[in-house]
Write a new protein. Structure first.
Length: 460
């Protein structure tokens, strides 16, 4: 049986070894989940789901430091940020628990014309079916709250395939879900290679796919879904931030620094492209360079570390290739720009790369931020609005009229005013459009997507 080695991104040491599921095993897991769903008499009541979720949040809270260290080791996110992730997960589970009582329908008006006289109708929500959750490495614990805990809260059996780089956090969560009282048949973890994963996605027993990862893979998987299956896809962006001449740099610099270099830029809504008015460009770049150079890069398990490794050594090579391309075509490297080793890349700032190079058009998913000077804000908006990338964007301004006008023009399902593009709380709607994704995430939004609304009409 083929083995999966989990390696620490920072030093490439082997942390743990797993066995991949065979096709027979994986299909057996899916069959078990489907049988659980079709046994309507065995569905979990809302009260029981709330009880399990509350117990789960308490369990995670009691093990927060241990879980954060594990996530930092296997995923490379600095420990200080991994602790924040675990706290977010706890909050998210409590949000899901509270939202169970809001998974309800509504009364449909009757008796308002001749045909509807003597009738009364109501809708109600029930679980959609088996959820297949395919997750990503960059938030190895909290992403599972959005994909797995939401399914449980919605009353759906869930099969979860974690990222091959970070299965340990998933395994820990699933074990705690069982400890909190959920029967194992309702939540099962599998480890499968790509071809088998695709086969599972295409299985008619899957009612809902939740996928977080690259757009090429996400859209391919969507095309494989059986008729009637639904999905939520969360891909990447090339997030822009525009600063006009009135922007408050004292506020903006720490936000842009955090938004650009958090988790070494391995976040789907990281600040990647900053368009700054020419009158403040020199001051902005000088202050950003100072802030970037002050960030401590290194071992993610140390509390002092602010920027950890990239997930694979090959990602360091790819990021450097993109930076080199931009430099050769005219970009000025303000800081960084050379690998620190096989696994780490320094916070890097590029000034005025061409609009057609990779760092300007594709998601870097690394610690690289590009700064572009502009004179006319309408031109900045046009350059910021990539045709296919449409996720989160930001505008820094002290002009209310501009915030309202430009905020509506920027390509983003969410546009942040005077905040960085990576801001998120787990109860807000979150998702991309066009190549950046399909449908919305966010705890309660996901729960509603994982249910269907049915109706009963009573006739006297």
């Amino acid at each position: 049986m083929k083995k999966l080695e989990v390696t620490a991104p920072y030093d490439q040491s082997v942390i743990k070894e797993y066995e991949y599921h065979t096709e027979q095993q994986a299909l057996g897991v899916l069959a078990n989940a489907y049988d659980t769903y079709t046994d309507r008499a065995g569905w979990l009541t809302g009260a029981r789901r709330i009880e399990i979720l509350n117990a789960l949040s308490d369990l995670i809270e009691s093990k927060a430091e241990e879980l954060a260290l594990q996530a930092a080791r296997e995923g490379g996110k600095p420990l200080r940020d991994s602790l924040v992730e675990i706290r977010r997960a706890i909050t998210g589970i409590r949000v899901a628990s509270a939202a169970v009582s809001r998974l309800v329908g509504h009364e449909v008006p009757m008796g308002i014309d001749e045909r509807s006289l003597g009738r009364w109708a109501v809708t109600y929500r029930e679980p959609r079916g088996v959820v297949l959750a395919i997750s990503a490495f960059n938030h190895p614990f909290n992403l599972l709250v959005h994909q797995v805990v939401t399914a449980i809260a919605a009353g759906c059996p869930v099969v979860v395939k974690p990222a091959s780089a970070t299965p340990m956090s998933c395994e820990s969560l699933v074990k705690m879900i069982y400890e909190a009282g959920l029967p194992k048949k309702w939540c099962q973890m599998i480890l499968t290679e790509n071809d088998l994963t695709t086969k599972l996605v295409a299985d008619k027993r899957v009612a809902f796919l939740t996928f977080i990862g690259s757009s090429n893979v996400g859209w391919m998987l969507r095309s494989k879904l059986a008729p009637g299956a639904n999905c939520a896809l969360e891909h990447g962006g090339v997030a822009p931030a525009i600063l006009d001449e009135t922007a408050n740099l004292d506020d903006a610099i720490p936000l842009l620094t955090k938004g650009g270099f958090y988790h070494a830029g391995q976040v789907c809504v990281s600040v990647q492209r900053i368009y700054v008015h020419a009158s403040i460009q020199e001051e902005l770049t000088a202050r950003l360079v100072k802030a970037a150079k002050a960030l401590e890069v290194g071992d993610p398990t140390r509390m002092e570390t602010e920027v950890g490794p990239l997930i694979w050594p090959k990602e360091v090579e790819r990021v450097h290739e993109w930076v080199t391309e931009a430099k050769e075509k005219g970009a000025k490297v303000l800081c960084g720009g050379e690998p620190l080793g096989k696994t780490t890349y320094p916070p890097t700032l590029l000034l005025n790369p061409p609009d057609d190079v990779k760092v300007s058009t594709e998601e870097v998913f690394g610690p690289v931020v590009c700064v572009y000077s502009y004179d006319d804000i309408d031109d900045a908006v046009k350059r910021a609005n990539l045709e296919r990338a449409y996720f989160q964007a930001a505008l820094f301004t002290n002009r209310l009229d501009r915030a309202l006008e430009i905020g509506r023009q920027l390509h983003g399902m969410s546009v942040m005013i005077n905040d960085h593009t990576a801001f998120r709380v787990d109860w807000m709607p979150f998702g991309g459009h066009r190549d950046s994704g399909l449908n919305l995430g966010g705890i309660e939004h996901s729960m509603r997507d994982m249910t269907i609304e049915r109706m009963i009409v009573f006739r006297r």
